[in-house]
Ligand binder design. Sequence first.
Ligand SMILES: Cc1cc2nc3c(=O)[nH]c(=O)nc-3n(C[C@H](O)[C@H](O)[C@H](O)COP(=O)(O)O)c2cc1C
Ligand SMILES: *[C@@H]1O[C@H](CO)[C@@H](O)[C@H](O)[C@H]1NC(C)=O
Length: 317
Amino acid sequence: MLANLRSLIVGFTAGVLVTAILVQQLLISQLWDPIIETSQDPLGSSTAFPDTLLHQMASLRNPLRVAQGALLRGAYFKNVHSAQSSVQQRTRSSLLKPATSSSSTHPFSTSTSRMASSKSYLEAAKERRTIYQLNKTSPIPDSKIVEIIETAANVVPSAFNTQSTRLVTLLNKEHEVFWDQVHDVLKPIVPEDQWATTKGRLDGFKAGKGTVLFFTDPEPMDTLKKKIPAYAHHYGDWAEQSNAMHQYFLWVALEAEGLGANLQHYNPLVDQKTQQHYNIPLEWKLRAQLVFGGKAGEAGPKETLPVEKKVFVHGAE
Ligand SMILES: Cc1cc2nc3c(=O)[nH]c(=O)nc-3n(C[C@H](O)[C@H](O)[C@H](O)COP(=O)(O)O)c2cc1C
Ligand SMILES: *[C@@H]1O[C@H](CO)[C@@H](O)[C@H](O)[C@H]1NC(C)=O
């Protein structure tokens, strides 16, 4: 009797929590409407939410993932070693090529030959913006896009070199399949009066050329927790930080090649459908989607806080 009551209460509480999170997700997808964002909320809530929300989601999902990860731990060390040696070989053969063939005025060029469109790292970083109007015309071939994504996976740093980020790249028809799936997941849960806005946004993403899905594989972090428990409470944050570095690296690298992009968060609503469809291990956690394509429009206006509020220098000569 008491046990029944307890499971009822636990079930109810979990249900309320999940519903609250789903509703919050939907509100957020509306919040990020470019019109709202640029006219009313240039700096505000867009940066405030992800932290708290992601933590809520993480605390709901982690116990299961840790348990699943434990089953796989045995295989990890072998994988890390074989992965690392192949990374080293590749570093020697292909990744060093751009550095030797491009001049120091193009340190961020991802091309093996100097291309007119390639920009310096700072130039590309300054020009990178959120571009919502994308199309399917890419200044570079698919093979080059894939090469840039492989480079991200090999050169972006991670804590203890864990390399926990997984990049699933969807191009052309597969990019459209993904956004159709997001459409199918959202259609039944978005309130009718908001559907037109949501549909407009989804159509905009689908009009692009490709999407990179950023996942975190919890397995390397679980292994590290066992091996070096002293930092255990940091590993989650560090995996997030390294995942975000991959996001930024690619956003700027695509800009350097003349592609536009925007960053989306339809996780966790679409996770299950996507992971099943692309046969992605269910324990990987989807963190973000970078949509990219030809620039078919301009970025909206953006306010920049006075730099003195953000940068503090001591000892410059
Ligand atoms: C961590 C992070 C999460 C973001 N999430 C979204 C998002 O879910 N949807 C969206 O349209 N833009 C998203 N953005 C884009 C920001 O709103 C945008 O980068 C910011 O307003 C600055 O504009 P800019 O990218 O044009 O420089 C996100 C950006 C960051 C860094
Ligand atoms: C994409 O947009 C660019 C810039 O407006 C344009 O030159 C190109 O033709 C467009 N491609 C398609 C397929 O519409």
